[in-house]
Design a protein around this ligand. Structure first.
Ligand code: MG
Length: 196
């Protein structure tokens, strides 16, 4: 039985890559934008500030600009509304408190979850953050699914706490070196038909 759905935010429920491109398009060339997209990840702000010190004076300014460029993805809010009739929904996201809250607000998802777990508010990142969500919601790990785009931070994290996992493939091939997710889907809107 599945009772709890735990969703990642960036590039799972929102198009972070699109927001990054929109936020930076005016100040960077196409080649620089490709570099920035490739550098996106846990140390993105630091890497960008080091590479473009004259245009990224403060590393914290960059994630805030990206958050401000987030737009709703058509169909996501209504999908969550439907899923919430049958499952408990949690957001489990690594990132700064203010930026992740701003992204939720701009995506129209601020009220979409039964519980929100953001690393910047809880002091731990995935997989510990996912374990914290399960504990706080009182759901056994084998009754939870983690849905996310990151092979390590989302899918391996789910395996680590004993939860099931659903990978947002987004056109990528699963890395052969890692244990596979329980499900793979092209984008999050393909989730509902998989669920019992
Ligand atoms: Mg993500």
């Amino acid at each position: 039985m599945i009772r709890l759905l735990c969703f990642d935010l960036d590039d799972t429920l929102i198009d972070r890559r699109g927001a990054l491109r929109r936020a930076l398009a005016a100040d960077f060339t196409a080649a620089e934008l490709r570099w920035l997209e490739a550098a996106d990840g846990a140390t993105f702000a630091e890497a960008a500030a080091a590479r473009f010190p004259e245009r990224v004076p403060d590393g914290d300014a960059l994630p805030a600009r990206i958050a401000a460029a987030v737009t709703p993805t058509i169909g996501v809010a209504s999908m969550l509304q439907q899923l919430r009739l049958r499952f408990t929904l949690a957001l489990v996201s690594d990132g700064g408190a203010a930026n992740q809250r701003e992204k939720l607000r701009r995506a129209g998802l601020a009220g979409a979850f039964d519980a929100v777990f953001i690393s910047g508010e809880r002091g731990v990142t995935k997989p510990a953050l996912l374990g914290l969500a399960l504990g706080e919601l009182g759901v056994p790990a084998d009754q939870a699914v983690m849905i996310g785009d990151a092979p390590l931070r989302d899918i391996a994290a789910a395996a680590e706490v004993g939860a099931r996992s659903c990978w947002i493939a987004a056109g990528r091939i699963w890395p052969a070196s890692l244990p596979p997710p329980d499900w793979s889907i092209p984008d999050v809107l393909a989730l509902p038909p998989l669920l019992p």
